[in-house]
Design a binder for this molecule. Structure first.
Ligand SMILES: [Zn+2]
Length: 486
């Protein structure tokens, strides 16, 4: 009887701990701040401004020799015309032919500046899919409550949104309390030489940026299971990126008398080992994200995440079964290219695989190489960098930081019903070049993205709703008004 009593008391205690932790699993309380006067905005007029920008096919290509700058110059002529005060009153520099950096002098020169970023370039429309668009990708159509076209979200909404806010402030005679840089890259989608040049220039000028805002997070609608409200996903950091090539050499020769294992077989075994040994899991970013959803999420989900100390095996199992959530809990391994012999009856002299890794904060390019070398465990395989492009994960900004709080306030002011949560960005943005320059960097733009909009980004029928684009503009406007706090 005594033992039953002890067990019973134990169970009750455990249940109490679980419940208390669950109820306490909520976002930090935020202070009420005096709202910024947003003024009246003409949504249709804003929409037309973005739509016209979408008519310039400023497509970036990886091959510099083939880069067509004309559409960028045309786009910039249009921007000059639409934002006359900005171009006349704020001095700007051009980097790498088409990347723009504005320096908007602030009142207090003793304070570090802030930096707002977006990119002018867009990805191409996949040849043969033009007809699948509801409206032509470079027509800049406003219809059905949406602005349609390539770049509507990624990322001309950012470029135009920032400039609309700045132009309005200039019209109103606003002087920023501290210097604000505006950076508009022209080749983000193909590596970001423009942004890198800006980062280098700032570094050479010994400029430290207190707060950086780039693309990456959006307002998600209907994208988070069990949560009905819209959620502003503010990226406090982003994953790193590296591609490694694994290569093995063989003797070559005729395939009629093959060895037990060819170079291709050696590579296949290595690739198999890598896929069988995914990187270790770190649930902390996902737990933090869920904490911000608080009571808006299903109770069971809240209970599990609030008590990850107990349920982490369950959570890991669920999260890693979906590629989208798996990407947030570990460094991911994607085998993307395989190469062997050029003929069916010739043994390969060399075989190789290219594996792309998206690196979770905590890992580094170096630690990924070490891990891969250990898992492959085959001295006959050479592991080397592929593509000459790699970046460590960004530092992760604190959600208690003033930058996160102000962004959060700005979202809540423009759209009080929207939840705010920190969400690690799993793709790469231009912000990654500023790891040495910026103290706190965030990735967010206040446009709404539901399932349809998500399919459009880099896909067919890219679009943004007229209403949500106007919200994004207002958020930039309010953020600039509060630049002094950042
Ligand atoms: Zn983008």
């Amino acid at each position: 009887m005594r033992i039953i009593k002890i067990v019973l008391v134990g169970v009750i205690l455990l249940a109490a701990v679980l419940i208390v932790r669950t109820l306490g699993f909520a976002p930090p309380a935020s202070d009420d701040i005096a709202p910024i006067a947003l003024g009246e905005w003409n949504e249709q007029e804003l929409a037309q401004g973005l739509a016209t920008a979408l008519t310039y096919p400023s497509i970036s290509t990886g091959d510099i020799a083939e880069f067509d700058y004309e559409p960028f110059f045309d786009l910039q002529r249009y921007l000059k015309q639409r934002f006359p005060k900005t171009f006349a009153e704020i001095p700007y520099e051009v980097f790498e032919k088409a990347t723009l950096l504005f320096r908007w002098q602030g009142a207090d020169e003793t304070r570090n500046p802030i930096l707002l970023m977006a990119h002018q370039d867009v990805v191409p429309v996949i040849p043969g899919t033009e007809d699948e668009w509801s409206y032509p990708p470079f027509a800049g159509t406003v219809a059905d409550g949406y602005i349609w076209g390539r770049g509507a979200i990624d990322d001309k909404a950012g470029v135009l949104g920032i400039l609309e806010a700045v132009e309005r402030h200039l019209q109103e005679g606003f002087v920023p309390p501290r210097t604000i840089y505006l950076a508009f890259g022209h080749d983000e989608e193909v590596g970001g030489l423009g942004a890198r040049a800006i980062a280098t220039a700032l570094q050479e000028r010994n400029i430290t940026v207190d707060f950086l805002l780039d693309e990456g997070g959006v307002i998600a609608k209907g994208m988070i299971p069990g949560v009905d409200k819209r959620v502003a996903l503010i990226g406090p950091g982003e994953k790193g990126y590296v591609s490694l090539q694994l290569s093995a050499r063989g003797t070559g020769g005729h395939s009629s008398m093959p060895p037990m294992q060819s170079a291709a077989g050696t590579i296949a075994r290595a690739v198999h080992r890598l896929e069988q040994s995914p990187f270790p899991v770190d649930l902390s970013y996902t737990i933090d994200f869920m904490r911000f959803l608080g009571a808006e999420q299903p109770f069971l989900q809240r209970l599990l995440f609030a008590n990850a100390w107990l349920f982490s095996p369950v959570l890991t199992g669920v999260l890693e079964s979906d590629p989208a959530t798996n990407a947030s809990i570990r460094t991911t391994t994607a085998v993307t290219m395989l190469d062997g012999s050029v003929r069916d009856n010739v043994l390969p002299i060399k075989a190789s695989a290219v594996v792309n890794f998206r690196i979770l904060p905590g890992d580094t390019v170096e630690s990924v190489i070490d891990y891969v070398t250990a898992v492959v465990d085959d001295p006959s395989i050479q592991v080397s960098h592929y593509g000459g492009f790699g970046s460590n994960p960004s530092p992760v900004a604190d959600t208690e930081s003033v930058g996160f709080q102000v962004l959060s306030d700005v979202v809540k002011q423009v759209s009080p019903e929207t939840l705010v949560a920190p969400r690690l960005v799993v793709a790469a943005t231009d912000a990654r070049h500023f790891n040495q320059v910026a103290k706190n960097s965030f990735r967010f733009m206040g446009v709404e993205v539901g399932k349809k909009e998500l399919e459009g980004i880099h896909g067919t029928d890219e679009r943004v709703s007229v209403a949500s684009y106007a919200e994004a503009v207002k958020m930039y406007y309010a953020l600039i008004a509060r630049a002094g706090e950042l």
